[in-house]
Design a protein. Structure first.
Length: 370
């Protein structure tokens, strides 16, 4: 029995990045031998075990054979006869198909270290085109490392798209990859990669108006990279997609969120951008009544944190002087309107006039502040 650290831990160590988790491949062992050695079985689709002390995952070396459509259409074969190179060959990219033995020696049969130095995302074998999820993974790795996709790998990605294989991906897996890509240092490169192979039509058709145009996609990429540098939340980064779609984006974003089962807190912010987008864009010039309308649209009095997130999103989307003026003016308007003693007004007004009197007081406060 021999064991090797594989995949991302090896890649990240070579890049000088921190290694949080290590995955191991075990060659020459049976499930019974692993259990006898104290490992705890946890794998459902193939033999995976947890180390009795470190709890790191140890998978038996395996091969895969395509047996159906989609990313689940594989027959897995695990045996003591499967070699380390055979196990590495089934992986997606050369930079993820390296291993280290327990002495720290690098095993790199497919040139992963060379591709790391070249900044290249290159598939290991033609079996890449058997798994549609790899299209999204490559796009995500482009966003993480800023690497170029090899021309021959892009051909295989297009082949998967043209074959309709991406339609077999379940919504949860698409969202998992897209959301992780949005949180990488260069999220715009994920969308560039998807557009270059035509995958955006299959996985993000609601965003075609942005992702299908080079200039619009470039503007979105710039906004996303500003958000990434500022450490923006996933919700703020996703809301930039709504901002990029412009006015009347609510049907498209609502459909996208429903189809991908986007988490509520992420969906809420993006739909707030759709509802209040025009007011957010013109807040630098709006009259006090218009500013109050935008604040109410955002639900700023009950959810001030949403307004803060929307203002950050606006800054990322349009960082120029006009946008900065709009952000500052809305912030001042919110502070002034929130200072109005709504409870005191309600106590002295007839029930039918409470809302109007509170609004009037807030408009006056906003006018004084702005």
């Amino acid at each position: 029995m021999k064991r090797y650290v594989v995949g991302g831990a090896v890649r990240d160590a070579l890049l000088g990045l921190p290694v949080a988790d290590r995955d191991w491949v075990v060659v020459g062992a049976t499930p019974e031998e692993m259990t006898a050695a104290g490992f705890r079985p946890v794998g459902k689709d193939f033999p995976v075990f947890l180390h009795p002390e470190t709890h790191e995952e140890h998978a038996l070396a395996r091969t895969e054979r395509k047996s159906g459509r989609g990313y689940r259409g594989f027959t897995v074969y695990a045996s003591p006869e499967v070699t380390l190179e055979e196990d590495l060959k089934r992986r997606d990219l050369t930079i993820n198909a390296m291993a280290q033995d327990e002495a720290g020696r690098l095993i790199d049969p497919f040139g992963g270290e060379r591709d790391l130095h070249a900044g290249l995302l290159r598939h290991v074998s033609g079996a890449f085109a058997e798994d549609p999820l790899r299209v999204l993974r490559v796009a995500r790795f482009a966003a993480r490392f800023g690497f170029r996709i090899a021309d021959e790998t892009l051909v295989l990605m297009r082949r998967l798209v043209d074959a309709g294989e991406l339609q077999t991906l379940v919504a949860e897996r698409v969202w998992q990859e897209v959301s992780r890509g949005l949180c990488e240092p260069r999220p715009g490169l994920m969308f560039d990669a998807l557009a270059r192979c035509g995958a955006q039509h299959a996985v993000l058709p609601e965003l075609d108006a942005v992702l299908g145009k080079d200039d619009a996609r470039a503007a979105l990429a710039a906004a996303l990279e500003r958000a990434a540098r500022a450490g923006a939340s996933l919700a703020e980064r996703f809301a930039l997609l709504a901002h990029a779609l412009g006015e009347h984006c609510q049907p498209a974003m609502a459909a996208l969120c429903a189809r991908l089962k986007v988490p509520n807190e992420v969906e809420d912010l993006s739909l707030a951008v759709c509802r209040c987008g025009a007011g957010l864009r013109t807040a630098g010039e709006d009259a006090p009544a218009g500013l109050l309308k935008t604040l109410k649209c955002v639900d700023a009095f009950r959810r001030p944190e949403r307004l803060a997130a929307l203002l950050r999103t606006l800054e990322f989307a349009a960082p120029g002087d006009a946008s900065a003026q709009a952000v500052r003016r809305l912030a001042r308007a919110s502070e002034a309107a929130r200072a109005v003693d709504a409870a005191a007004i309600a106590a002295d007004a007839p029930q039918s006039e409470i809302a109007a009197r509170i609004d009037a007081a807030r408009v006056r406060a906003i006018a004084d502040a702005c």
